[in-house]
Design a protein around this ligand. Sequence first.
Ligand SMILES: Cc1cc2nc3c(=O)[nH]c(=O)nc-3n(C[C@H](O)[C@H](O)[C@H](O)COP(=O)(O)O)c2cc1C
Length: 221
Amino acid sequence: MKALFINGSPRKNGNTAQLLKKAMEGAKEAGAEVEFINLYDRSLNYKGCMSCFACKVKGGRKGICSFKDDLQPILEKAMEADVLMCGSPVYTAYPTANLRAFMERLIFPAVNYSDFRHPLVNKPKVSATIYTMNCPNKMMYRANDYHITMDVNASQLGMFGPTELMLSYDTYQFNDYSRYDAAQIDAGHKAEVHEKRFPKDLEQAYALGCRLCERAKEMIG
Ligand SMILES: Cc1cc2nc3c(=O)[nH]c(=O)nc-3n(C[C@H](O)[C@H](O)[C@H](O)COP(=O)(O)O)c2cc1C
């Protein structure tokens, strides 16, 4: 069983990466062969969908983007995975640009223009998305309409099989708040959340990693 973890944050050890890595530990514990990819790695040069429509050409390879760049091998891995987990910080109310570009290239080839009800899924998979945000709680999340943008974005992975969404609020943005112009942010509160609640989010991520793999095992049979 293969589990692929996609970090859509430029920070390789930020909130999103830490949660994804915990989920990866859980997946490993559940017996998966795991791999972690940082989409903002400087060696990765790619764009979103180039609208070449090669994925819709008659007789062409279906269900996968064949545009040749550094993302193509990662898309092959995503296609082969039994478990796919994506993570992203919320950036100006949306997932990051690099995660969106990845998702365009992953999802559009599976959209079946000949039968919208039956996506072109080469290998069904269990998936999840983790979003992290400065936003303090679920009420604010809804007030900002993130429940529309984020939930819609995450649910798109549902075309490949069962999918879950995990949210981590009120994250720690800087190691030292005193260095930044951020008078509206209560550094003491942030430190407390980081110390007391974030570890619980890490536990939740670990459990999510295990759960997805258990579910994938049932699917594989
Ligand atoms: C460019 C940028 C835009 C952001 N926009 C939002 C936002 O709209 N809403 C929010 O709640 N947090 C926002 N944040 C905060 C991040 O989502 C939050 O700190 C996140 O946990 C960072 O994840 P990371 O540590 O994995 O990079 C933004 C941060 C940056 C750098």
